[in-house]
Design a protein around this ligand. Structure first.
Ligand SMILES: [Mg+2]
Length: 227
C-alpha cells in the first residue's frame, strides 16, 4: 500500500501561502517605494477575497506606481519568498500515523514555488519523494498519470496498490482512475462544493484527513478485489 498526497489544500491551506506571499510583497514595496506595508497588505488581502487576478497591478495602481516592470518584480518576490506556512494539524497527524508506509507527494505548479512550500513544510524529510510534476515537463502535470507510474516503478507495485488523496476533481483523479489507481477526495479548500461528472470524481470522499485511517483504507483497497 502506497499513499500519495496532493500538496495545496490537501496537506496545508493554500490561502495561507498566498497571504504569506502578500506579506513578502508588501515588505518589498515598503522597503523600495516607502509604501505603508499594512495598507498594501490589506489591499491585496481584500482583492483576494473579491476574487484573484491583477492584484499586484491594482495595488501598485493604488499607490500611483503601476508599471509592467514593477508588476513583474512583485511576482518574482511572491514566487521567490520563503513562505510562512505550516501543515494542517490533521495532515501532520496523518503523516505521522502512516510514517511506516511509503509516502509520496505529487503536486502541480511552478517548480520553484512548490519546492519552497515543500521545504517550508518540512515535507522532504517526511515522505519518500516529492514529485513536482512541472519538473518533468508541463505535459506530465496532472491529469497526466506520468508521475504516478514513476511511483509504481519505484515501489514495484501496480496502480491498484496506490492511493491518491487530493482535493481538486478537475484534474486530480480523471487521469489516473482509468489505470486502476485508488482515489480519495478531500472535501476541503477551494473546490469543496464542486460536483463534476463521475469520471472526474474520486472513488471515495472524506471531509478531512482525520478520517484517513487503516479501516478507511481497507475499504479503499478492497473495492476492486470483488470486481
Ligand atoms: Mg490541491
Amino acid at each position: 500500500m502506497v499513499l500519495v498526497f496532493d500538496l495545496d489544500d490537501t496537506l496545508y491551506n493554500e490561502r495561507n501561502y498566498v497571504l504569506s506571499g502578500f506579506r513578502a510583497v508588501s515588505g518589498y514595496l515598503g522597503s523600495v517605494y516607502s509604501v505603508p506595508e499594512d495598507e498594501a497588505f490589506r489591499l491585496m488581502a481584500l482583492k483576494l477575497e473579491l476574487g484573484r487576478g491583477r492584484i499586484f497591478d491594482d495595488t501598485l495602481e493604488h499607490f500611483g506606481l503601476c508599471t509592467r516592470k514593477r508588476v513583474l518584480n512583485c511576482i518574482s518576490v511572491y514566487r521567490g519568498h520563503a513562505p510562512d506556512i505550516r501543515l494542517d494539524r490533521d495532515a501532520d497527524a496523518c503523516l505521522e500515523r502512516f510514517s511506516e508506509h511509503p509516502l509520496y507527494i505529487v503536486t502541480d505548479g511552478n517548480k520553484y514555488v512548490q519546492n519552497n512550500k515543500l521545504v517550508a513544510l518540512g515535507l522532504f524529510d517526511r515522505v519518500r519523494s516529492c514529485y513536482i510534476t512541472h519538473r518533468y515537463g508541463v505535459k506530465n502535470s496532472k491529469p497526466s498519470s506520468y508521475c504516478f507510474f514513476r511511483i509504481c516503478e519505484r515501489e514495484g507495485v501496480p496502480p491498484t496498490e496506490v492511493v491518491y488523496v487530493a482535493d481538486n476533481p478537475n484534474k486530480d483523479f480523471v487521469g489516473i482512475k482509468p489505470h486502476g489507481f485508488r482515489t480519495v477526495r478531500l472535501m476541503q479548500g477551494h473546490y469543496r462544493d464542486l460536483e463534476l461528472p463521475a469520471e472526474y470524481e474520486a472513488d471515495h470522499r472524506l471531509t478531512g484527513l482525520s478520517g484517513l485511517d487503516l479501516d478507511f483504507l481497507d475499504k479503499v483497497f478492497r473495492r476492486d478485489t470483488t470486481r
